[in-house]
Design a protein around this ligand. Sequence first.
Ligand code: SF4
Length: 398
Amino acid sequence: MERLGIYLQVPFCQTKCTYCNFHTGVVAKERFAPYVAAVCAEIRGHRELLRAAGVELGKGSEKQEDSQEWLSHLVDTVYFGGGTPSLLEAGQLQEIVDAIREAFKTEFEEVTLEADPETIEEGKATAWVKAGINRVSFGVQSFSDKELAAAGRMHRRADVYRAVPILRQAGIRNISFDLIAGLPHQTKESWTQSLEALIALRPEHVSVYLLEVDEGSRLGKELLAGGARYSAGAVPSEDEMAEFYEKAQAELAKAGYHHYEISNWARPGFESKHNLKYWRREAYLGFGAGAHSFSGKLRWANAHDAAAYAHAIESGRLPVEQLEAVTEKMALEEELFLGLRQLSGIDVRRIEREYGVALAGRFEPLAAAGLVQREGNVVRLAEEKLSVSNEVFVELMR
Ligand code: SF4
């Protein structure tokens, strides 16, 4: 039976980190309950709301009567992202999980909650497990208090050491840590210390992201303007970031982690089942303000503003902000881009067969430049080029 992933967007945070380019807001706790009620209403009424919003095409079928068939697939992964979903009361998370169980066929294999270390409490963790949450993804970012403070994070190193045993005690067997390479004040030494501290805590999964510099964050804007606020002057250079990434590759491999996606490593068997759906172009349905969905034929996103979203749902309307039919050309580009993000690479024959294209011309120059490697039908990014993968993707899409 085909599977479906569900993503829940919780766009609330305690503060705004300087590097954050997500649509999140700092709001009073009283705003959580109406938002959760709206998300539950969207889940329960999803078929009617989608139809009314003009989201009609289903996966693999153009026929109107079959158009929502993919919504009946078995839901095996759920992902609470944000924002900081761990700020919600455990009972509110339970309400959302219950609504999913009522509205879909479910057999949960992986239910992830993104959490900030300082939000972890014993009672909460036990209630999360009771609600069905079996994976916690921690925004650790760094083990240096100086870097955490400069980035505007609420937690400190000590919070991570306090939170992990609480989660283990509560029965969470799958913990993921995020680190960011490129935070202000990060040095080769502090990065090595963060990696060592992370490995010593033995999370099952690790994500390493490079600092994104764009207009969407306060730090990004400051860097682009050449200013010094938010410790912009202390941000490592691009070359240093690439070095940090390569150090992570080496240390995580030594510690037994399997590198399976550009930014992700896992102990065998702990690869993120939900995130793999994104990279494999499988169907997922997003609920909440700003949540994205993909049916196989269409991509769409809900409006970002949490209050406007909740108000629309209360009035029986789904505020779809972007709705895009995925053309054959777009689908092919996604196959190449998302496929190459995975270290297992892409099956060139399958893509050539499915899309009726010849790909040799695209890959030969990249292989000659040492950017990709070809082994039989499989093409993958060259391991030593992973830290500059964006350059490879630019070449590939030319
Ligand atoms: S906790 Fe995450 S989502 Fe919230 S402000 Fe910080 S980076 Fe952004």
